[in-house]
Design a protein around this ligand. Structure first.
Ligand code: GDG
Length: 757
């Protein structure tokens, strides 16, 4: 098996269902192709992929083929799946299916992510089965995945899978796409704490996480920040040594296929036949899977309201409602079917006549060609989900409007509304709004219809499903997504190189952070007073006329002045807000306002009161909440929450919220250590530059250093620094060697020294 499907590089698409289903007819196994939206999209990507990945990769689809399969049938099914559908089957048992698919997927995630918390069930057995099935998928994938393969995991059934795979194959390229909405934090947090964290961690196992819209992407990043505490920077999240990118990739449709089907001779014929059966009536079409998220009942009420308010449309309009059976057996769905049928009956009874039935209700799926003909003969499409990740029906309707006429009424709660702004956009909860839109649609002049549709058609033609898939894969394999390297440990050889370079240089700049770099962290910030040895070391370094030393700290001006004011070195306080050149008074680096402090201070103080072991430090241009002495879990959790509150609250104030080493700090924007470092670098003429720091704020220094400068980050973390050292003691050891070298050097006659250019 493995040999047969192991070409050099494959794109492996992983989804809950394969693009075919196994069924039994008279005991014999049959394969039935089933092309859903995703299946169609991916197929056209893979079939039409034009060498942006060179060489063109093979593809393989991994998923569940449906049905229960006996152990002795598996090999045969696997062979056929591969040869006929380029697929690899993951076999699940009936019980897997019950608790996983009908359970956790459709009774927990689906309702919650569609903002129906009242329909959500929180059952530990469902969760366990969800974990189990994700593990089964991971095991099955490991049988077929090669080191160069690209994995694209789809949808809410498999949110744990990226991390499960990452643990086994740290260097695999993994992308994940969510087809349903990602909810806001207040909804997401309804999940039990353990599950909510595990799902996010699961997704963060991917290199790229994609959503249909920017909103979902933002909600996801917000949840990551609140639940796990990872902040993002323009859609990049740092997870240990890896970078994870999060992006919006609105899914398109196979535009050509729908457009051509509606224009084809058979399509036209079918359309004429259908049209005839509706006589002179205008037709409003509605097509959905039967699901409470689709707003079918509200839509019927909207149609009813239109009939109430516009009697002139009686006997002139018909609502053709196609509802495709879905998830039969789940209670919520069964009850809904009954309510839909009752309401259809009620409206038809109330308004209908012998020669006119206002609603034609069709509870089954129709073949593709019929669907395209229905779209192309309907004057209006009424697409009003209460919540929908994207909604492809809306796009398909527009694609099928060959002559450009037709009116799309679209819910603002569908992801598609972001792209189809020329539609009549409605709030699907409001029956009157739907009624008004229906009336407007029925009366809209053809010219106006065409004007709107042409714009949307052009957009959908460009952003079709192949474009979507290619965009995603291109982003996944792009260079930028490569893991961001950790700084390399400073080897003895590299250290010797630094010492040699120092020795032969004539003008040197040393930019040194204090806490965590020159001194280890202590429980109380005030106890981190510099030792006599350190002060002596700095004094010796500063005594060398070739040296310029700057201590670049986040501490307050008063503390830095008190501790280091007596040395002939440059000083930076409050991450660059204050600076002092040797022999000069303190200066503000730029005019800054701190009027925001009074407003935010109570917020930080409230956290200090609430979380034992935490405290607030107030500086001139920043305020800090420290939680080094809190219970670790509690502190980290509160830090995420506080950062999130602060970020939301300060959206339009010019401040930065920085989660650093066991602290959350708010400071005026535009002030960071990089600005301070630039002040010294700007003096020019240095032929040896070294900077050392231990946290995120020091990255701003590393980022602006010239290429040949030596940057050292304390601790093994992803960093822009060239080198890392384990602890402050190692930094001290290095700079005391520098000091020694320098002093020895000063005793050597200049003529013997190598000249450095
Ligand atoms: C999920 C998300 C997101 C429907 N009836 C028939 C039929 N269909 C086809 C449509 C369309 C597809 O099914 C339904 O796609 P939607 O996008 O409308 O909705 P979901 O099934 O809920 O899909 C959704 C989507 O994933 C993709 O990411 O847009 O938000 O919920 O393609 O044409 N096809 C045929 N006969 C029918 O009777 N042949």
């Amino acid at each position: 098996m493995k040999e047969a499907i192991a070409p050099a590089r494959k794109i492996i698409v992983v989804s809950n269902r394969l693009p075919f289903t196994i069924e039994r007819e008279n005991g014999a196994i049959q394969f039935k192709a089933s092309a859903g939206g995703v299946a169609t999209g991916l197929k056209s990507l893979l079939d039409g992929m034009q060498g942006f990945l060179v060489p063109r990769p093979e593809y393989l689809w991994v998923g569940w083929p449906g049905g229960a399969v006996a152990a002795d049938e598996r090999a045969q099914i696997q062979a056929r799946a591969l040869s006929e559908f380029r697929s690899h089957a993951v076999f699940l048992s009936e019980q897997d299916f019950d608790n996983f698919y009908e359970g956790f997927c459709n009774k927990t995630i689906w309702p919650l992510f569609h903002y129906f918390p009242q329909n959500a069930t929180y059952d530990e057995n469902y969760w366990r089965q969800y974990v189990r099935v994700n593990e089964v998928f991971a095991e099955s994938l490991l049988e077929v995945v090669g080191p160069e393969d690209i994995l694209w995991v789809h949808d809410y059934h498999l949110m744990l899978l990226p991390e499960l795979l990452r643990k086994q194959r740290p260097h695999l390229k993994i992308g994940f796409f969510l087809h349903i909405p990602f909810p806001q934090f207040e909804i997401y947090r309804l999940l039990p704490a353990r599950w909510r964290r595990a799902l996010l961690e699961g997704l963060l196992g991917a290199d790229l996480v994609g959503f249909h819209t920017h909103d979902y992407m933002e909600y996801f990043l917000r949840c990551v920040q609140r639940v796990i505490g990872f902040k993002h920077s323009v859609g990049h999240v740092r997870v240990g040594s890896r970078g994870v990118r999060v992006g919006a990739f609105p899914m398109g449709i196979d535009f050509k296929k729908f457009n051509a089907a509606a224009r084809s001779p058979e399509g036209t014929k079918k359309k004429e036949e259908l049209k005839k059966s509706f006589g002179e009536n205008k037709v409003i079409v509605s097509v959905d899977r039967q699901d409470y998220s689709k707003g079918i009942l509200h839509r019927l009420q909207g149609f009813e309201a239109m009939l109430e308010r516009a009697p002139e449309w009686h006997h002139r309009v018909i609502l053709l409602m196609i509802v495709v059976p879905s998830r039969i057996g789940i209670q919520d769905y069964e009850g809904m079917k009954q309510r839909i049928e009752e309401l259809v009956g009620k409206i038809n009874g109330r308004f209908g006549a012998i020669d006119w039935v206002p609603i034609i209700y069709h509870y089954r799926s129709v073949p593709f060609e019929t669907l395209a003909a229905v779209y192309s003969m309907s004057d209006v499409a009424l697409v009003t989900p209460l919540r929908d990740g994207m909604n492809l029906v809306a796009k398909e309707y527009i694609a099928c409007r060959g002559d450009g006429t037709g009116v799309l009424i679209l819910s603002e709660m569908a992801g598609a509304a972001k792209e189809l702004a020329e539609a009549l956009i409605v709030n699907p909860n409001h029956r009157d709004e739907i009624a008004d839109a229906l009336k407007t649609a029925l009366e809209m002049p053809a010219r106006e219809q065409i004007r709107r549709n042409r714009v949307m058609q052009n957009r959908l033609r460009r952003a079709d499903v192949a474009h979507w898939a290619m965009d995603f894969i291109r982003e996944l394999v792009s260079k930028e997504s490569a893991e961001t390297a950790e700084a390399r440990p400073l080897t003895p050889a590299a250290r010797a190189g630094i010492l040699r370079h120092y020795q032969r240089s004539s003008r040197r700049l040393l930019l040194l952070d204090y806490d965590g770099t020159l001194a280890p962290f202590v429980s109380q910030p005030a106890l981190a007073r510099p030792s006599a040895e350190l002060l002596e070391l700095l004094r010796r370094l500063a005594a060398d006329p070739r040296n310029e030393i700057a201590l670049v700290s986040g501490r307050s001006r008063a503390t830095i002045e008190e501790w280091f004011g007596g040395l002939s070195i440059g000083l930076v306080a409050e991450h660059g807000a204050w600076m002092r050149d040797v022999g000069k008074p303190w200066e503000l680096i730029k005019p800054v306002s701190a009027s925001w402090k009074a407003k935010l201070l109570p917020m930080l103080k409230a956290y200090a009161d609430r979380v034992p072991g935490t405290s607030v430090e107030e500086k001139e241009f920043s305020i800090v909440w420290h939680y080094r002495n809190a219970a670790p879990e509690r502190g980290a959790h509160a830090a995420s929450e506080l950062s999130d509150d602060l970020l939301a609250f300060t959206a339009n104030i010019d401040v930065h919220v920085v989660q650093a080493n066991k602290s959350v700090e708010v400071r005026s924007a535009g002030i960071h250590k990089g600005v301070a470092a630039a002040h010294w670098l700007g003096q020019g003429g240095f032929d040896f530059v070294l900077a050392a720091g231990d946290d995120r704020s020091d990255e701003d220094i590393f980022g602006i250093l010239p290429e040949r400068a030596y940057s050292i980050r304390v601790g093994q973390r992803p960093s822009r620094a060239r080198f890392s050292l384990p602890a402050p003691a190692d930094v001290l050891e290095l700079i005391s060697r520098l000091a020694n070298r320098g002093e020895r050097e000063a005793l050597t006659p200049p003529a013997d020294r190598p000249i450095y250019h």
